[in-house]
Design a protein around this ligand. Structure first.
Ligand code: C5P
Length: 300
C-alpha cells in the first residue's frame, strides 16, 4: 500500500519585496511560474514519520529528521484523518536543493496530496491550500502550479493567464543560500528605507507579456528585488548572469532567494545550446519549460 504524487519547482518572474510585517515575514507581490523540474514523493504506512531522499540533484543538504517540511505536511494531514500510524516519505528530488526554486515547498505540496490519498483524509483542494499556507509561503503555489500572482507572504495565490511555452535554463551553485539570510541582507542594504516602503505591486507589464505569450517582452519585464541581496552574498552570480546573456539568453535572473540563476531563452534549441555551453564550463545546468501543472497524484 502506497501513494505517490509529484510537484514542480518554480521561478519567480517578478518578486517585489515590501516591508517586514508583524509576523516577521515580508509583504510580497510576486508572479510565480511552475517549471518542468519535479519532486516525486511516495508515502508508505510506517510506525513513525520518517523520510529518505534520493534524486538527480545533489541531495546532501536535505534534512532527514522532523524538521523536513514533508514530515510536517504528513503530520498535518494525519491530524485531519483517522490515521493513528506514521508514514515513510520517500522523496526523489529533481529540483535543485536550497536553490531558490521551491524544492522543499514542492516536497511538502506533493506530500499533502499523497497523504490525503493514503490516509483517506478526503481534504478538499481548498483545505489542502489552507494546510499548505501553514507550512510555508511557497507551498500553496506548489499545489496550484501554472502561472500565478502571489500576495501577502506569497501564500495568497491567484491564477494568471500565460499563453505558449517559456523555455528556461537553470544554472545551479554547489552551495545553497539561506532564504531568511537573503531577506535579512536585503533589509540591511535598504537601511532606513526598509521601514517606509509603499505596498509592493505587480508590474502589469509582466502579466501583459504572459497573456500575449511574448517571450521577448517577458524577458524585459523580469525583476527580482532579492537579486541585489543574493549577488551581494555571492558576487559570482552577477558574472554568471552576464555570461548567460553573452551566450544568447534573452535575460537572466536570480531565482527566488538564489543562488540558482534562471535564464529565459527564445526557444528549445537556444536553451539546449546554452545548457551545453555552461556544461563545458563545468556548471550544472538544467533545461525546463513553464508553465506546468501543480501537485498531483501519480500512478508511476
Ligand atoms: O515560509 P518559508 O519557510 O518558505 O520562508 C522562509 C523564510 O524566508 C522565512 O522564515 C522568512 O525569514 C523569509 N521570508 C520572508 N518573507 C516572505 C517569505 C519568506 O521574510 N514573504
Amino acid at each position: 500500500m502506497h501513494a505517490t504524487a509529484i510537484a514542480p519547482g518554480k521561478v519567480n518572474l517578478l518578486l517585489e519585496v515590501g516591508g517586514v510585517q508583524a509576523d516577521g515575514y515580508h509583504d510580497l507581490a510576486t508572479v510565480f511560474q511552475a517549471v518542468s523540474l519535479y519532486e516525486k514523493v511516495t508515502v508508505t504506512p510506517a510506525d513513525d514519520f520518517t523520510v529518505s531522499v534520493s534524486g538527480s540533484v545533489d541531495v546532501s543538504g536535505v534534512p532527514l529528521d522532523a524538521t523536513n517540511l514533508a514530515v510536517r505536511a504528513a503530520q498535518l494531514v494525519a491530524g485531519h484523518a483517522l490515521w493513528e500510524r506514521g508514514a515513510h516519505i520517500g522523496i526523489e528530488k529533481g529540483v535543485p536543493v536550497a536553490g531558490g526554486m521551491g524544492g522543499g515547498s514542492a516536497d511538502a505540496a506533493a506530500t499533502l496530496v499523497a497523504c490525503n490519498e493514503l490516509f483517506d483524509a478526503e481534504l478538499s483542494p481548498a483545505q489542502l491550500r489552507d494546510l499548505a499556507a501553514h507550512l510555508g509561503a511557497d507551498v500553496p503555489f506548489a499545489l496550484v502550479g501554472g502561472t500565478a500572482v502571489g500576495a501577502g507572504r506569497g501564500d495568497v495565490v491567484s491564477p494568471a493567464l500565460a499563453l505558449g511555452r517559456f523555455h528556461w535554463v537553470f544554472v545551479t551553485d554547489a552551495e545553497g543560500l539561506s532564504t531568511p539570510e537573503i531577506y535579512a541582507t536585503l533589509d540591511r542594504l535598504r537601511g532606513a528605507e526598509a521601514s517606509a516602503l509603499p505596498p509592493p505591486r505587480v508590474d502589469p507589464e509582466v502579466l501583459h507579456a504572459l497573456r500575449a505569450g511574448d517571450t521577448e517582452r517577458l524577458a524585459l519585464a523580469l525583476h527580482n528585488d532579492l537579486q541585489e541581496a543574493a549577488v551581494s552574498a555571492r558576487p559570482a552570480l552577477g558574472d554568471l548572469i552576464a555570461e548567460g546573456v553573452d551566450r544568447g539568453a534573452l535575460a537572466g535572473i536570480v531565482s527566488g532567494s538564489g543562488p540558482t540563476v534562471a535564464f529565459l531563452c527564445s526557444g528549445v534549441s537556444e536553451a539546449r545550446s546554452l545548457q551545453a555551453g555552461f556544461g563545458r564550463d563545468r556548471h550544472e545546468a538544467f533545461v525546463a519549460v513553464g508553465n506546468v501543472a501543480g501537485a498531483c497524484g501519480a500512478t508511476r
